[in-house]
Design a protein around this ligand. Structure first.
Ligand code: FAD
Ligand code: MLT
Ligand code: ZN
Length: 466
C-alpha cells in the first residue's frame, strides 16, 4: 500500500493525509463509541478536484472509501466496518458557502459546511433553511444530504431531500458530475440526484449542493404541554392541525422519563408538571395574529380535557429554554451509558399498542434496561431508545431485533430518518421484501461495480443477491 499512500500524500499534502494512529483515532469511532473500525489513512481533501483525484487513486488500488462529514450520525455509517483495505474521506475542509439569492431563494454550499452556519447565512438575508436538528452545530451539508436527515420541522417542510435542488457528486471511479442547478422545476430526464440523497455514501461522494430556502417566519409561538396519555397527544395534534393548519412547524413528543433525564443529567428544569407525556409545540408565521390563534387553540384543548398543564413562551428567550429541554434529550441519554437507538415510524393509530408491546417485552428480555421515548410525533417518527444499564451488551441485537419485529408487524419503518448505516443493515435485510433488497443491490452494482463506496453500510453486498 506504500505507493498508494505516497500518491495520496503527494496529492493532498502531508498535513491532510493522516496516518498516525493518534491523529486517526477521532475519525475511526462514532461519537457515542458504539462503532469503530480500522483504516489505512484519513484523507482530508480541500476541493472537488482533490476528492476526484483521491477517489480515482482508491479505485486504481482497490481501496474502499468511508465518507465522513460531522460524524454525528447515529447508525455507524461514517465509521469503517470490516477489514477490507479502506480509508476515511473527511469533507471537513470543504466549507465554502455561496452568496444566497434571497428572491430566487437558493443557497449553494460545499459538503463540509456545518448546517448551522448555512442556516445563519440564509437568516442574514431574511430567508430560512428549515432543516433543524439538535446536531446542527456539527452536522454537515454532505452528511445531512447523504442521510436524508429529518429533524423537528419535517411535518411542515419535509426532509432534507425536499431542500436539494442541485448536487455535485464524485462517482466511485473519480468522475465529477456537476449538477449544481438552482432550478425548482426540472423534468429534463431522470433526476439522478435522488439516488445520492439518503444513500449514506454508498453510491458516491456529495461535494456540494444547491439548497432551497423558504421565507423567514417573523412570529413564532412555542409551548410546552403535558398530557395524560398518548391518545390525548394524538387528539391534540388533530386539534392543532384543524385550528392553525400549515403554521404548525413542530410537534414533538417527550416522555416524562426523558424530561426527568434532561433535568437530572443536564441540570435543566421543566416549568410544566404532571402527565406521562410532554409535547413541545411550535407554530410560526409571517402574518400577525399567530399568538392569539395558538392561545385560542390551547384554551380549546383545556376545555376538551386534553391538557394536564402547559406553558406558552412569552419571549424568544423562554422559547429557547423550552426548546433546550427537547434538544438535550440525546445528550442526557448518552450520559447514562450505552443505549440502543430505535428510530421508527409507524401509522399514528398503531403507536399506542406498539409502545405497550415494547414495554411488556423489554421487561421480560432485559429487566435492567429502561426506555427513553421521544421524537417527532407530528410526522409519526418516534425514537424508542433503550438505555441498557446493567444489561449485557451481548443481548443488544435481540432487543433491537424485538423492536424491529414489532415495527414490521405494525407496518412501520425501522429507520425513519437516521438511515441504516452498519447498525440496521442486517435487520433491514431480514425484514425487507426480497424484490426490494435485490433492486437495491442491482442499483449498487451499477453505481459502484467494485463495491468500494462505504462497504457494509446502507446496501447489502452483492453476494446477498440470490
Ligand atoms: P456523518 O455522521 O459524518 O455521516 C453520516 C452518513 O453520511 C455516513 O454514512 C457517511 O458515510 C455519509 N456521508 C457524510 N458525508 C458525506 C458526503 N459528503 N458524501 C457522501 N456521503 C456522506 N438525524 C435526523 O435525521 N434527525 C434528527 O432529529 C437528528 N437529531 C440528532 C441529534 C443529535 C444530538 C445527534 C448527535 C444526531 C442527530 N441526528 C439526527 C443524526 C445526525 O446528526 C444526522 O444523520 C446528520 O445528517 C449527519 O450529518 P454528519 O455530517 O454528521 O454525517
Ligand atoms: C433526535 O430527534 O433528537 C434524534 O434524532 C434522536 C436520537 O438521539 O435518538
Ligand atoms: Zn430525531
Amino acid at each position: 500500500m506504500q505507493p498508494f499512500l505516497d500518491g495520496l500524500r503527494q496529492l493532498l499534502g502531508p498535513a491532510d493525509l493522516l496516518t498516525d494512529p493518534a491523529d486517526m483515532a477521532p475519525y475511526l469511532t462514532d461519537w457515542r463509541r458504539m462503532f469503530s473500525g480500522p483504516a489505512l489513512a484519513i484523507l482530508r481533501p480541500g476541493s472537488t478536484e482533490q476528492v476526484s483525484a483521491a477517489v480515482g487513486l482508491c479505485a486504481q488500488h482497490g481501496v474502499a472509501i468511508v465518507p465522513q462529514g460531522g460524524n454525528t450520525g447515529l447508525a455507524g455509517g461514517a465509521t469503517p466496518q470490516g477489514r477490507a483495505p479502506q480509508v476515511v474521506l473527511s469533507l471537513a475542509r470543504m466549507t465554502a458557502i455561496g452568496t444566497p439569492d434571497p428572491i430566487g431563494m437558493v443557497i449553494e454550499a460545499q459538503a463540509g459546511c456545518i448546517l448551522q452556519r448555512v442556516k445563519e447565512v440564509a437568516a442574514d438575508c431574511g430567508r430560512q433553511l428549515p432543516i433543524s436538528l439538535a446536531a446542527e452545530g456539527s452536522a454537515t451539508v454532505g452528511g445531512v444530504i447523504a442521510t436524508n436527515a429529518g429533524g423537528v420541522n419535517v411535518l411542515r417542510y419535509g426532509m432534507a431531500r425536499d431542500f436539494v435542488l442541485g448536487l455535485e457528486v464524485v462517482l466511485p471511479d473519480g468522475t465529477v458530475v456537476k449538477g449544481l442547478k438552482p432550478l425548482r422545476k426540472d423534468n429534463a430526464g431522470f433526476d439522478w440526484k435522488h439516488l445520492f440523497i439518503g444513500s449514506e455514501g454508498a453510491f458516491g461522494i456529495v461535494t456540494a449542493a444547491v439548497l432551497r430556502l423558504t421565507p423567514a417566519t417573523r412570529h413564532r409561538s412555542v409551548a410546552l404541554l403535558s398530557v395524560q396519555d398518548l391518545p390525548a397527544a394524538i387528539r391534540l395534534l388533530g386539534l392543532f392541525q384543524d385550528r392553525i393548519g400549515e403554521t404548525l412547524s413542530a410537534f414533538e413528543l417527550i416522555s416524562a422519563d426523558a424530561i426527568r433525564l434532561v433535568e437530572t443529567q443536564c441540570g435543566l428544569g421543566a416549568p410544566v408538571s404532571g402527565g406521562s407525556w410532554f409535547l413541545l409545540v411550535e407554530a410560526a408565521s409571517s402574518l400577525d395574529g399567530l399568538p392569539a390563534a395558538v392561545q385560542a387553540t390551547l384554551e380549546a384543548a383545556y376545555e376538551a380535557g386534553l391538557l394536564q398543564d402547559g406553558t406558552l413562551a412569552a419571549s424568544e428567550q423562554q422559547a429557547q429554554s423550552l426548546w433546550a429541554l427537547r434538544e438535550h434529550v440525546t445528550e442526557a441519554e448518552s450520559r447514562c451509558g450505552k443505549s440502543l437507538k430505535h428510530d421508527v415510524s409507524l401509522p399514528l393509530r398503531r403507536m399506542g399498542a406498539f409502545l405497550e408491546s415494547i414495554q411488556a417485552r423489554l421487561a421480560g428480555l432485559a429487566p435492567a434496561a429502561r426506555l427513553n421515548i421521544f421524537g417527532h410525533l407530528g410526522d409519526g417518527n418516534l425514537h424508542v431508545n433503550v438505555i441498557l444499564g446493567d444489561t449485557p451488551l451481548s443481548i443488544a441485537s435481540r432487543i433491537t431485533g424485538m423492536v424491529h419485529d414489532l415495527v414490521a408487524e405494525a407496518g412501520g419503518s425501522i429507520s425513519a430518518e437516521h438511515g441504516l448505516g452498519q447498525y440496521r443493515l442486517a435487520d433491514w435485510q431480514r425484514l425487507t421484501l426480497k424484490t426490494e433488497r435485490d433492486l437495491a443491490i442491482d442499483i449498487k452494482r451499477a453505481m459502484d461495480p467494485k463495491g468500494l463506496m462505504n462497504p457494509g453500510k446502507a446496501v447489502p453486498g452483492t453476494s446477498h443477491r440470490q
